[in-house]
Design a protein around this ligand. Structure first.
Ligand SMILES: *Cc1c(COP(=O)(O)O)cnc(C)c1O
Length: 357
């Protein structure tokens, strides 16, 4: 019996994907071994690996200016790899919109790059997306497209001529993106594209040229991974396999426009439930900047929040406790959560409200 899982990450996977993995676990494509048990230098694994890269390109409609890398170290290693590889001695600019950009800024500081915080919403506990004007001449301009904890999201990316770097961990593959000035787009896959252990990095080739000029340990160098087609060392093969299944699932859903349509409906339903609760529930993020992925909200007090989490669990709904930094409640409604699932949550919320008003 499966529960309804609103966890922020790792998070719910499509049931179809889990069943495919289950069916193939002991004998991948009737070969008599699991995909976990075979060399990454075999044709069988290469088909999974390169097939997934092709599917990423298909889903985001990427041209040949971009390359896909599969790396380890989660999204967090990218906080360091970005400044290591892309800083050219000029200014590295960041828009600070929450915990994940703060962590990225911290790594850039350790690396002693020429840092500029071009905008921040820290003055109001990161409840909104600040306007930002990046310098067109900077080495790169860094944003986090969706702020997992606070539930804010960019509706469109800042315009700049500088290479834009985007941490898209928590809205990965949730909608089409205008890549026109995006130079590096990355995420850990455990939120909206598979399981933990893998970071997928979409990198523009001129950034690889920058990387190749750097004196860095091989494993920390984008150009090394590119030259080796992300098979420099043993990759996290099971995570790549799960990611590949997820990409196929996304294509079967009709691609990212279809997925986005669903995501908009889901978010609308849940925010309406909050907004129409006569103040019983209140949302955290400023309305214009609300995330379609992570809905952070609360009831009137912490005790009632705790009771909400408890009663939700009794109704087979988990993962609704807010992040420890923000408190309150949070429902993560990534791609694998259906409109029906959100309706179940809203029905529960309405009942809970009637019972405890
Ligand atoms: C979860 C998250 C991260 C950190 O991911 P790890 O894979 O645990 O390193 C970074 N950025 C965002 C936006 C996230 O949601």
């Amino acid at each position: 019996m499966r529960v309804l899982n609103f966890s922020a990450g790792p998070s719910t996977l499509p049931l179809e994907v889990l069943n495919e993995a289950k069916d193939e676990l002991l004998s991948y494509k009737n070969n008599g071994y699991s995909i976990m048990e075979i060399s990454h230098r075999t044709k069988i694994f290469e088909e999974v690996h390169f097939g997934a890269m092709e599917d990423v390109k298909k889903l985001y409609a990427l041209n040949d200016d971009y390359e896909i890398l599969f790396l380890q170290g989660g999204a967090s290693l990218q906080f360091a790899m970005v400044p290591m590889n892309l800083n050219m001695g000029g200014v590295c600019e960041y828009a600070n919109t929450g915990v994940w950009t703060k962590k990225a800024i911290k790594e850039a500081k350790i690396l002693e790059v020429n840092l500029n915080i071009a905008a921040s919403s820290e003055n109001d506990n990161f409840s909104y997306i600040p306007d930002v004007k990046f310098n067109d001449e900077s080495d790169y301009a860094y944003i986090c497209s969706n702020n997992t904890i606070y539930g804010t999201q960019y509706t469109s990316y800042p315009k700049t001529k500088a290479p834009l770097v985007v941490d898209a961990s928590s809205d990965f593959f949730s909608k089409k993106i205008d890549f026109s000035n995006v130079a590096l787009f990355y995420g850990g896959t455990q939120k909206n594209a598979g399981i933990s252990g893998l970071a997928c990095v979409i990198i523009r080739k001129d950034m690889l040229e920058r990387s190749s000029t750097k004196k860095l340990p091989s494993m920390l160098k984008y150009s090394v991974h590119s030259e080796n087609q992300s098979l420099f060392n043993t990759p996290p093969s099971f995570a790549i396999y799960m990611f590949a299944l997820e990409m196929k699932w996304l294509l079967r859903q009709g691609g990212l426009d279809k997925i986005n349509e669903q995501n908009e409906k889901k978010a609308k339903m849940l925010y309406e439930c909050i907004d129409n609760s006569e103040g019983f529930y209140s949302g955290f993020a400023k309305k214009e900047d609300r995330s379609l992925m992570n809905v952070s909200f609360k009831t009137k007090n912490a005790d009632l929040d705790a009771l909400f989490v408890k009663e939700a669990e009794q109704n087979s709904m988990i993962g609704l406790k807010g992040h420890r930094l923000l408190g309150g409640l949070r429902a993560s409604i990534y791609n694998a959560i259906s409109l029906d699932n959100v309706k179940t949550l809203c029905d529960f919320m309405n009942e809970f409200k009637l019972k405890h008003s």
